[in-house]
Design a protein around this ligand. Structure first.
Ligand code: ZN
Length: 501
């Protein structure tokens, strides 16, 4: 059995290496590659991804898993080896259900539709993307049907990012959250909006970058094991256990944009950098779900990076970097500016409180599309109608409507949005639980110290990689399943004080 496990690990390491090679190609394309490289790069990335897929769905992998199953059953359920065998089995089952021809067709369609969207978006041309979206919807339904027996057609898509979550559970949690958020947003927006003009001055790029890098070093992002480069749409990527990179973008007329994006991506990286090293090169060696990944990115972006104690330490430093711009802006004004709540049209610019409403709109529309209740041709209007009813705003065009997010224009419809809000809910849970054992955490932030929180996250969440599912992690840490209460309490406390509710 030890021989077989060794062989399985060797094969998994090679597959993982191919995936990481693909990540390098993708990172280069998004950062430094000249436009001329695009056609060859597309071909090269497709090749690497096909090789990885072929290696993984090799029947020899299935045979090894079959042979190892009785061995895994004899091990304690909690052992790393038993978990490795089970998680690999789960991924293997999923991968082998989808025919390679479908994947090839889907990937080709995805890159074509992405190219069309890139052009259609600035032109406000929904008609151009409509046939591609129709095809995407059809392919998404086909994909779901490779997994017969689902409760809801969106479940196989949710499963990819947030294994163990289902339409029914997500819907129920979102309904509860919505019931709390809508009155909170109403109470806040009934008041004078915060003045955020202090953020909209000129802030030179180099100074912005240097300040944010100092902060994420203090968070624990290790530049011996990572680096930051510029891109259009920031992301985190991983090439190896000791090479986890982030990207950012900077707007010189908006201080918050690049800074919070850097904090956010560093939170994704901290998760990956603190996984048990022994899991490297196996399916246990990455974050367990989009929800838990977002719980980490949003922890460092929002719960830490938009908190009063954090800024009581860092604001004088920021003022020293930008004396002209900020010398006359009191901490309180700045703190209110970075936490301004205002219903808006664009998800990625939304504040902590209204953000989840944007996600719910997309999630509901995805379900309606997949269920056949909504046709693609009616999607732009359905989008506007939901923004009017949920946020009280109507976009003047589809650019700030249905054309704004990239997700549907390169991937499946379904499964990609719920993780953002699950992440918000979960980070509230982690934070409340960490505070119970370490009430000193906010005082640490005020002293520029973040190791108590980071170590708590490593001990309870990060180190396990994909060993436990989202639900298992929640049960282990809190003794109960996903629950919105700590997150709602966090929002109500913070914004109650900010807005004197
Ligand atoms: Zn993220």
């Amino acid at each position: 059995m030890e021989e077989k496990l060794k062989e399985l690990k060797q094969r998994l390491q090679e597959i993982n290496d191919l995936d990481m090679i693909g990540a390098v190609l993708n990172w280069d394309q998004s950062t430094y590659m000249p436009p001329g490289g695009a056609p060859a790069r597309g071909r090269q990335m497709a090749l690497v991804s096909r090789l990885s897929q072929e290696k993984f769905i090799d029947p020899a992998v299935g045979k090894l898993l079959d042979d190892l199953e009785p061995y895994a059953d004899r091990l304690p359920d909690d052992s790393d080896e038993a978990r490795l065998i089970r998680v690999t089995r789960r991924e293997y089952e999923r991968a082998t259900k989808v025919p390679p021809e479908f994947l090839a067709q889907f990937n080709a369609h995805g890159s074509e539709s992405y190219q069309v969207w890139i052009k259609a978006r600035p032109e406000n041309n929904f008609a151009a993307v409509r046939p591609y979206l129709e095809k995407t919807l059809e392919l998404s339904r086909q994909y779901a049907n490779f997994f017969p027996g689902y409760e809801h057609i969106i479940d196989p898509m949710i499963d990819m990012g947030d294994y163990g979550m289902k339409a029914a559970s997500v819907r129920a949690v979102f309904a509860d959250l919505r019931a709390e958020l809508v009155p909170l947003v109403q109470a806040i927006t009934a008041q004078e909006p915060a003045d955020d003009r202090c953020l909209k001055q000129h802030f030179p790029e180099a100074d912005q970058l240097a300040f944010a890098v100092d902060v994420i070093k203090a968070f624990g992002y290790d530049f011996e094991r990572g680096r930051q480069d510029k891109t259009h749409h920031p992301f985190m990527t991983k090439f190896a256990f000791d090479d986890v990179r982030i990207t950012t973008r900077v707007k010189e007329n908006d201080l918050g944009d690049g800074m919070f994006s850097t904090f956010h991506e560093s939170g994704h990286a901290l998760y990956e950098l603190n996984i048990n090293r022994a899991y490297e090169g196996t399916p246990l060696g990455g974050g367990t779900s989009s929800g838990v990944h977002e719980s980490s990115s949003r922890m460092w972006e929002n719960i830490v990076g938009r908190s009063k104690p954090f800024w009581s330490h860092y604001y004088p430093k920021l003022q020293a970097v930008f004396p002209e711009q900020l010398k006359d802006v009191p901490l309180d004004t700045f703190y209110r500016a970075i936490n301004k709540v205002q219903p808006s049209l664009i998800r990625t610019d939304a504040d902590e409180v209204t953000y989840n409403l944007h996600v719910m709109i997309r999630f509901d529309l995805e379900m309606d599309l997949l269920e056949g209740k909504l046709a693609i041709k009616d999607l732009p209007e359905a989008w506007h109608a939901r923004y009017e009813s949920d946020l009280g705003l109507r976009a003047p065009s589809d650019v700030n409507g249905v054309l704004q997010d990239v997700h549907w224009y390169f991937g499946l419809i379904g499964g990609m949005f719920q993780g953002y809000t699950l992440g918000n809910i979960i980070n509230g849970t982690w934070y409340a639980t960490a505070l119970e054992s370490h009430p000193e955490i906010p005082a640490d932030f005020a002293a520029g110290k973040f190791d108590t929180l980071r170590n708590w996250l490593t001990e309870n969440v990060y180190q396990y990689g994909s060993k436990y599912t989202t639900n298992e992690l929640l049960e282990r840490v809190t003794g109960r399943p996903l629950n919105i209460e700590p997150y709602i309490r966090y929002l109500k406390t913070k914004y109650g004080e900010l807005y004197e509710l």
